[in-house]
Structures are given as C-alpha cells and as structure tokens.
Design a protein around this ligand. Structure first.
Ligand code: AMP
Length: 427
C-alpha cells in the first residue's frame, strides 16, 4: 500500500516523502481514507503507531480544499493533554503542511500568553492546544472557535485521566455543532466510550492494534526485587548493560527527583521530567536525552505523554503504575516504528497486585526473573493469607468507632479519596 493510493494530494505526498516514510502505517491506512470522506472516526491507537500523521494528513487536505476566501479563522482544533504532546503534534502539522499554504500554531500553559496571542491575531488555520490555555485565551477574546470544522481529541484517555472532562465539554459548546470529529485514544474505558458517544456522530471505529495490547516487538519482563534494592539493581543493569538511552518511570514527582539524584551520584547522567519542572527544563531534558547527552530520563506518567523518542531501546518501570492502562502507555515508548525494545519492571512484593491487574488487562502473563544478588527477602504479600506479618490487633480507641480513622472518616472513604488525589497529585 502506498500513500498515493490513500487519496492524498501531491503536496502532502511530497511532505511524507521528505519525512522518509515509505508506506503508511496500519492506522494511517485505515484512518486516512475515512477522514478524507468526512467521516467521524473513533480510533484506538497508542503512541508510536503513526497516529499523528493518520489524522493530520487528511485534515490538512480537507482544509486545503476548502479555504475561506477572505480571512483565516481557526478551522481545525487539535486538543492534547500535555504541553509536550501539543508541541510534538504542532511540529508534525508544520512538517506535513510544508508544501501547503497553511498556517498553524500551538498554545499551552506554563509559558507567557503574549506571543501566542500575537500569532493568533495574524490568523491560523490549525490550532494545537491544551484545554486550559485554550479556554483562557478564548475567555480573553484572543481566539474564536466559531469556525471550527474539524476537531481532533488526541490521547483522549489521558485527557480524562487529567480531569479535563469539564474543559472539553466547555470547548465543545464554543464550536459549531456541525463539524467532523476525530477521537484518538490508546485505551477504551467506559468513560472514554461515554465521551465518544457524546461527541462523535456515527463514528467509524478504527483499530491500529487490538484494544489494550502492547506493541508486539516489546519484550516485557518483571524482575522481582525488594523495594530497598531497586536503585542498586537499576544502577547495575544500566552500568553493566552499558545502556545508553533509558526511559524510567516513577509514580511520583518526588520519586523521580530522588532517583535522578541517586543515578547522578552513581555516575549515570540523568534528568527528571515531570509536572513541577518548568517548560524550559522539560524541553532541555528531552533534548539532552534525544541527543545522547544524558543516558537516563526519569519521568512520571503524565510528563512522558507525547514524548517522541524514536527507537527507544529500554523502558524501565521503577515503580508500576497504579492505573493498569498507564502501563500500556509507558510501554508504547519502546519498540517504536518497528524497532525492537525491552520493557522491564522492577517489582517489589507490594506491587504484585498491580502486576496481576496489568496481566488481566493485557491478557498475558509476564516472565518473572530474580537477579542473583538481588533475591527478594520480603515475599509476604500484604493482605494475602500467606502473609507472615503479625495480624494487627484491634486497637480501636474507645472514642473512635470501629472502621473510622483519626479524621473520623471511614477507612474506605479515606482510601478512595486518597487514591483519587494521589492520581492527580502524584504525576
Ligand atoms: P506517532 O504515533 O504519531 O507519535 O508517530 C510515531 C513516529 O512514527 C514518529 O516519529 C513519526 O515521525 C513516525 N511515523 C509516522 N508515520 C510513519 C510512517 N508511515 N513510516 C515511518 N514512520 C512514521
């Protein structure tokens, strides 16, 4: 199959050739003709599948064929969850539109709005944006969405995870109801299906890979190790394996900082990338990582979204995510563009429940190994009957009801609210 046979025009074919793409990826093969026909598309595609070209190429062609004669209103809006992904998608829009008379820009938070407003004033056809900054600018009257013809929700699952549902609904209300909608998501929870049914009209379902499966060429392994031994094992693996480009995931920003410091102390060059870092620091860390100036990038889940690092050989889960779908996203960072990759998870006994949840989601069992010298000493899984931990005695103080904690909330209440807030805060 060639790009030409998908119905793309010469300007786009030339741009694709310039990028060095020989043939369309499966998601491109399926999505491009449907989008060109004007259909709403619900696509299941994780990063690394070529999804960005999958929606950008046909979108540019449609816009190119239906230009407004007098001025340039925003006619296509691409919403992304993170600044990094927004910047990445914008780069792609520019690359693919090289030979078209098309203007595009990107807006996201964390940087001053002045330059963004100035660019918007000059008129743009395609706007790539994160939801918060988009709404800020719309509120200030710096942009209007009244002429949007094509809406793309990229990594929609992540947008919901990040709590953008209300913003998305507000953004919808600012656009004409007659428009083409494209929704891309790596995973399909009930919430995503609900969002899709509220936005898309008679959508065609397009799948790049079977739902919730990881790239075939990624070898996935679990190393069982005690929590306190993880850093030493990690250092050994990187040093002895002479690994040059390693992406490591931690669950929290604090954890990412701590690990980065320890790696540097062991003479392994590293930088952390997470939500507390300034945009400048994130961009610099990513650039250094890509150019092999630093060997290790330690990231939290959200910060890592949209990072386009081709041919990444090693992804390590220093801690497993508590949301099993995040594992799929993390693993999408390796084995990209047909290259083989290795995904390792360092798992302590407390994380075995996460392993089971991920295995259930992927419908596959992981190969588990123990590295000599790092044999886990703690094999008692909390909450399991074989646990040798002494059973907790019931020390409920007289003035507190059974099942209530110090704050007076029931244990379950507390647990669920903690889980919710940690989901947001920890990234
Ligand atoms: P994406 O899934 O959109 O993040 O794309 C992942 C990577 O694949 C990017 O580096 C793209 O430049 C690259 N890519 C996209 N389409 C193709 C293609 N048809 N052939 C080779 N590489 C591609």
């Amino acid at each position: 199959m060639s790009f030409k046979s998908l119905g793309l025009n010469n300007a786009l074919l030339k741009a694709v050739e310039k990028q060095g793409y020989n043939s369309p990826s499966p998601i491109q093969e399926k999505a491009i003709p449907l989008i060109l026909e004007g259909k709403d598309v619900l696509a299941s595609a994780q990063t690394g599948t070529g999804k960005t070209a999958g929606f950008t190429l046909p979108m540019l062609q449609i816009l190119d064929g239906t230009r407004h004669p007098k001025y340039r209103p925003i006619r296509a809006l691409i919403l992304t969850p993170t600044r990094e992904l927004a910047a990445q998608v914008y780069d792609n829009v520019r690359d693919y539109g090289t030979y078209l008379n098309m203007k595009s820009t990107v807006v996201f938070g964390g940087v001053k709005a002045k330059a963004q407003i100035a660019t918007l004033r000059q008129g743009v056809d395609v706007l790539v944006a994160t939801p918060g900054r988009l709404l800020d600018l719309e509120n200030q009257g710096a942009l209007s969405l009244k002429r949007v013809e094509i809406l793309v929700l990229d990594e929609a699952d992540r947008m919901l995870d990040m709590g953008f549902l209300r913003d998305i609904k507000k953004i919808m209300s600012l656009m004409p109801s007659k428009r083409q909608n494209l929704l891309f998501s790596a995973t399909f929870s009930r919430e995503i299906k609900e969002l899709a049914s509220g936005i898309l009209r008679n959508p065609v379902l397009v799948e790049a890979t079977p739902e919730n499966t990881t790239a075939e060429k990624v070898s996935q392994k679990v190393y069982r190790v005690d929590k306190g031994q993880k850093t030493s094992l990690l250092t050994k693996l990187i040093s002895e394996g002479n690994w040059k480009q390693v992406l490591i995931f931690t669950r929290t920003k604090h954890g990412a900082n701590k690990l980065t410091k320890k790696l540097i102390a062991s003479n392994i060059s590293a930088a952390a990338i997470h939500g507390n870092k300034s945009q400048g620091a994130r961009t610099k860390a990513l650039a250094q990582f890509k150019s092999n100036e630093i060997r290790v990038l330690v990231a939290t889940d959200i910060a890592a979204r949209g990072l386009d690092i081709p041919l990444l050989p090693h992804v390590i889960n220093f801690e497993l995510p508590n949301v099993p779908e995040d594992y799929v996203h993390r693993i999408g960072r390796t084995g990209r563009a047909g290259a083989e990759g290795e995904a390792l998870s360092l798992v302590c006994i407390e994380e075995m429940e996460y392993v089971r949840q991920i295995e259930k989601l992927l419908k596959q069992k992981f190969e588990t190994e123990i590295i000599e010298g790092f044999e886990p000493q703690n094999n008692d899984e909390p909450g399991k009957p074989n646990s040798k931990k002494p059973k907790q005695k019931n020390h409920t103080p007289r003035n507190r009801k059974q099942g209530e904690n110090k704050a007076g909330r029931s244990r379950n209440d507390n647990r669920s609210s903690r889980r919710d807030s940690s989901k947001k805060r920890s990234r």
